[in-house]
Design a protein around this ligand. Structure first.
Ligand SMILES: C[S@@+](CC[C@H](N)C(=O)[O-])C[C@H]1O[C@@H](n2cnc3c(N)ncnc32)[C@H](O)[C@@H]1O
Length: 241
């Protein structure tokens, strides 16, 4: 499989991102499990706790992929509803299949939606979440605008994303892992080295924790905070509308 000639840069474009995830859909979960040593499940669990759900919460999960965060929100947080959205049908199909085995109290539904232009009315949700999706958006400012629009006043935006380990020696080891191991695991598990070279580059070029927080504030969010997990390999930002 191949990407555009600049396939090793971390710059997302809509066509590139759609291409990567439509090809990856059947093997995405296996890649996650192997490449994160299973830590991704714990990261999503912490994100659910930071969402501070109640039985009345109406939740929108953006870039839901194969549905792991949407399902964790339902299974752990027990909100009133979770609407899981993505713009790649192949990912949504896997998510729907997995959710068909869920039989708890939360109403789960799925919709095709671009996270930069949401097809929902103003003030429709109490919580919006996104896991490992923001990094793939060419226009983060449009996403932040849209999320503020669809959140009710005081609603929370919870962003789980790869970030920058603050401790330099650990960061050096981690970046070496990203550079060498991730494309190799991608080739092995998903047969797609080029996409994982993009993944590696996109992680390293993503804004550091404090810069993402500043972007959220500039977009009008308040009470922006974050928590580093696994030494800052990922961070969870929470911002209020
Ligand atoms: C790395 S996966 C993350 C999936 C899932 N949230 C998780 O935690 O495993 C990124 C997902 O973002 C989706 N995505 C990327 N850009 C998007 C956009 N503009 N609108 C909606 N979904 C998008 C991709 O289709 C893909 O399913």
């Amino acid at each position: 499989m191949s990407l555009a000639p600049d396939g090793s840069t971390g710059t997302p474009t809509t066509e590139r991102v759609k291409g990567i995830f439509s090809r990856l859909a059947p093997r995405y979960d296996a890649f996650n499990l192997v490449s994160s040593f299973g830590l991704d499940r714990w990261w999503r669990r912490v994100a659910v706790h930071m969402a501070r759900l109640t039985p009345d919460s109406e939740v929108l999960d953006l870039a839901c992929g194969t549905g792991d965060l949407a399902l964790a929100l339902a299974r752990i947080g027990h909100p009133k509803s979770v609407l899981a959205t993505d713009f790649v049908e192949e990912m949504l199909e896997v998510a729907k299949r997995k959710a068909s085995r869920y039989n708890g109290p939360t109403a789960m539904s799925f919709a095709h939606a671009d996270a930069q232009a949401l097809p929902f009315p103003d003030a429709s949700f109490d919580v919006v979440t996104i896991a490992f999706g923001v990094r793939n958006l060419p226009d983060r400012a449009a996403n932040f605008r849209e999320v503020r629009r669809v959140l009710r006043p005081g609603g929370r935006y919870v962003i789980l994303e790869f970030s920058r380990p603050p401790f330099a020696p650990f960061r050096a080891v981690y970046h070496a892992y990203l550079r060498w191991a991730i494309p190799a695991i991608g080739a092995l598990v998903a047969g797609d080295r080029a996409s994982f070279e993009y993944l590696n580059a996109s992680i390293r070029s993503f804004p550091r924790q404090e810069d993402l927080a500043r972007e959220l504030e500039a977009a009008g969010f308040s009470r922006v905070s974050w928590r580093n997990l696994s030494g800052g390999i990922v961070a969870i930002h929470v911002a209020e509308a």
